[in-house]
Design a protein around this ligand. Sequence first.
Ligand SMILES: Cc1cc2nc3c(=O)[nH]c(=O)nc-3n(C[C@H](O)[C@H](O)[C@H](O)COP(=O)(O)OP(=O)(O)OC[C@H]3O[C@@H](n4cnc5c(N)ncnc54)[C@H](O)[C@@H]3O)c2cc1C
Length: 225
Amino acid sequence: MLAQLGRRTTQERILRRVELLPSCGDASEEGCSIRLACVLHVHGIPATIYEAEPSAEARTQGGQLDIHQHNGQLALEAAGLTDEFRAIIHVGGAASRILDQHRTMLLDEPDDGTDGRPEVLRGDVRRILLDSLPDDTIQWGHKVTDASPLGDGRHELTFADGSTVTTSILVGGDGAWSKIRPLLSGAKPKYVGTVFIENIVHTYVQLNRSSEWIAGINFTDAVVA
Ligand SMILES: Cc1cc2nc3c(=O)[nH]c(=O)nc-3n(C[C@H](O)[C@H](O)[C@H](O)COP(=O)(O)OP(=O)(O)OC[C@H]3O[C@@H](n4cnc5c(N)ncnc54)[C@H](O)[C@@H]3O)c2cc1C
């Protein structure tokens, strides 16, 4: 979306207020657009995030994330949040063990803090990002249902409640089923035949199963599922 920064100088266009949808293209770690808004904020560039969830507390944020040196940590540094990040690192959390179905240990990697991708809790990294932004940055409860180009790099966003907003610079990052991606690409998410089941102790079970097999599971019944 930033590719539309054509005729006017980059600085002039950016200072015209950046409109973001949650998360930008990188998609390698949590809340990419929140991090983009944090980086823009430390450079004095206002941004608005339109988020479908009704509030920051609407749902728990799931388990852990490893934050890599070559991308996630750089973005947090650019947002001026390195100290806050270091304070939420789960020491020992990057230890990995892989066992086969007979519980034979195939890999046992302790966490000596040198692998460059420490684990943090998703909720914690989201909190330090949100705490660093002005309160009105995120417009909660704004589910985008359509985005149409208006020319000259501008777009009209339509929300589920029928309201609309016009953007001068639009960064789309509304996850796998993005409403914005079709403006640039016909790519769609595709199931690749492998599913991970994560339990509360941050253990994943990897299963290679068909989508029909998954469709046959009744996820509304935790016991049966
Ligand atoms: C089980 C699991 C474990 C993972 N572990 C790691 C890991 O350890 N390290 C790592 O780097 N990555 C990990 N990932 C990958 C990582 O979580 C994703 O790559 C990342 O969350 C993608 O970020 P995103 O912001 O693009 O999309 P998402 O995290 O999916 O965020 C999309 C946001 O857009 C909002 N939204 C969606 N549609 C709309 C709409 N129409 N209008 C308004 N808002 C909308 C959603 O509410 C959400 O807030 C893991 C993923 C999974 C599933």
